[in-house]
Design a protein around this ligand. Structure first.
Ligand code: AMP
Length: 235
């Protein structure tokens, strides 16, 4: 074969293989990008909302099993810190014992650390957080940094008389001091109405708030919650 033709052919073969490698690499990069992007979009982040004693913790236990989400209860985190008598625990104790909210600066920092400890989470169930508007704003910002968002807030509705009875019973079983004194329980309900209930409206403005009847058997309430979560999954 003519030297020139051979040269041209090998140049084209080289070009073809290079183009092929480039095309494969380009497609791989696109798929990885798409995959990573989809993971974040698919993250389900649920705020389990409602007054103290409305059954958030009980329901969270069922939902994490069903949806493989990470459960973050700020109340549990504070109790863990108090149990270990850490500086954070000692600070939190002074507020919790009186039924007051722990300051936002402390609570938001603790929540952020916990979320960041699970970079590969499929999503989170936030139980007892956010309890104030600044906490809600901080949560939105934190999730936005992960290319994610709150999927929805679900409020368990239970009337005050039932709440007080439930919490007193829980206090007898757990020995939690903030669950054993009726006037502290009633104060916590006031704090909920004044400082926490506005968080429902904050997410309602984004069409993300849902109410669920929190009275009934555990299974009935789980089924009601699952109906709402199904909508989040489809969105
Ligand atoms: P819980 O177990 O969720 O009812 O929380 C028990 C107590 O911990 C509350 O009464 C507050 O004093 C404190 N606490 C829990 N979560 C928060 C939060 N997100 N913001 C401020 N204080 C909180």
């Amino acid at each position: 074969m003519d030297k020139n033709i051979r040269g041209t052919l090998s140049f084209y073969r080289f070009l073809k293989s290079d183009l092929l490698i480039f095309a494969v690499a380009y497609q791989a990069a696109r798929s990885i990008g798409k995959f990573a992007f989809n993971i974040n979009l698919k993250m389900i982040n649920i705020i389990l909302f409602g007054p103290p004693g409305s059954g958030k913790g009980t329901q969270a236990a069922f939902l994490i099993e069903k949806y493989h989400l990470i459960h973050i209860s700020t109340g549990d985190l504070f109790r863990y810190e108090m149990g270990n008598d850490t500086p954070l625990g000692r600070e939190a104790k002074s507020y919790i014992a009186k039924g007051e909210l722990v300051p936002d600066s402390v609570t938001i920092g603790m929540l952020r650390n916990k979320v960041e400890a699970h970079p590969d989470a499929k999503g989170f169930i936030f139980d007892g957080f956010p309890r104030t508007i600044p906490q809600a704003v901080a949560l939105d910002q934190l999730l936005a940094e992960k290319n994610a968002a709150v999927s929805g807030l679900i409020a368990l509705e239970v009337d005050d008389a039932e709440i007080v009875q439930r919490i007193l019973l829980r206090g007898q079983q757990s020995g939690r001091p903030d669950d054993s004194n009726e006037s502290i329980i009633r104060f916590r309900l006031e704090v909920y109405k004044n400082e926490t209930a506005p968080v429902f409206d904050y997410y309602a403005q984004k069409n993300k708030s849902h109410n669920v009847n929190g009275v009934g058997s555990i299974d009935e309430i789980t089924a009601r919650l699952s109906d709402v979560i199904l909508k989040f999954e489809k969105e």
